[in-house]
Design a protein around this ligand. Sequence first.
Ligand code: NDP
Ligand code: 2IT
Length: 460
Amino acid sequence: MKNVTNAAEAKREIAKLKNHNCAEDDVFFQAMEEVLLSILPLLNSDKIYDKNEKNAIIQRLITPDRVIKFKVTWLDDNNVAQVNRGYRVQFNNALGPYKGGLRFHPSVNEGILKFLGFEQILKNALTGLPIGGAKGGSDFDPKGKSDFEIMKFCASFMRELHKYIGPRMDVPAGDIGVGGREIGYLFGEYKKITSTFEGVLTGKPFFFGGSLLRPEATGYGVIYFTRKMLELEGKESLRDKVCTVSGSGNVALHAIEKLQHLGAIPVSCTDSKGTIYDARGVDLVLLKELKLTHRVSLEEYAKTHPESTYTPVSKYPEGGHAVWEIPCYAAFPCATQNELTAIDAEKLVKNGCMAVAEGANMPSTTEAVAIMLKKNICLAPGKAANAGGVAVSGFEMSQNAAMQKWSFEELDEKLKATMEDICETVSSTAKEYGASGNYVVGANIAGFKRVADAMMAEGV
Ligand code: NDP
Ligand code: 2IT
């Protein structure tokens, strides 16, 4: 891709690329198109990134270093053989070892992992830590599986994955469907195969090499980022404000927790089956018990709190989501990609929402992003707002390498400083390139520059 200096040229180049990829790549193109279109102010003003044809920097950035695909076979509790697909997309290691989560969800395919790996390159660059970008996972569905089945699946997945990872090569972590339990089983198998106890995975349970604050890091980080963004944009703080959150997994639970610490009133959560709206504020103790201990549907929440409302997904008209209809000061999509559509964005605007901070990766559709930016909602893109998770993963790598354990308070201070630093960098970069207040442009340019500079310095 050469001489891309305007939107039409960028779109033409993307259309050409599409011919060489598969149908599963829709979300990958969505992520790539957002980045390429929003870095145009940089490409136009600093010709070394684009006009210097010798570098082919964009073409190199959007092509993964390698995509590893493998078969995962395991025996279920009835001793019946099961087969899944495993993947690791090692996208770019210009800044450091490949780093990024593993997702276990029936929807997982190569296109989704390419989109996530691509986003991870720029996100990891924004943290300022020496980590490259990757993502992996499987179409395995952990829901309804026994602990023993999860263990057998993880062991089988690692029997293949271990060949491609290492503390200086590629360091996976969690994502949807992969938490401390799964990381524990994956780590146990890696240790058995290689006879080494090393920081090859992050998000490990604390008592064998994990970092304090890693479970909380992504959710807390989103709120630290939002607090700083509201301050920089001269908006009112989150205190006493009604906020909506989607998801009820790792990111959502800790975003809700930090909102409560700051005196905000998070009133919602969702899962794949429905939405809870609890106007008095979410009962986080109950929610954690339902989701972390019992792993049951949110319908159970309404049984304990009949004054809350449960809206099943099936009862909601196509193209919109009940959670974004609730009037709020700030909204936090923390479940999955494309969960906030144009219809939802219009509702947020109509209800006077001031800020949207993405805890999930690419939760807003392209159309929703355009609407929110046009209507001056402060939009914190996922690659900046949710970078706290991978940042504390980076801190876990440091602790493992130095055989040390840092305190919760020390890590929390570092997380806060990292999120505020990312926010300031993103904001000042947007200003520098004539897009003041546009955090999407700021995040993409700031992340891209760091990676592109390293790639050029390292040669072709
Ligand atoms: P979890 O598996 O802990 O929770 C995921 C939540 O999202 C669950 O409530 C789940 O509902 C819901 N969800 C998942 N898929 C869908 C879907 N297709 N439709 C509707 N709801 C869905 O994952 P995390 O909290 O870790 O991840 C959430 C998001 O945050 C993802 O986009 C992830 O990539 C991103 N992220 C995660 C980080 C981390 O450190 N964990 C770091 C940065 C970003 P149900 O249980 O019913 O499936
Ligand atoms: O999307 C993400 O940043 C993650 N799932 C966390 C990655 C990591 O390596 O901690």
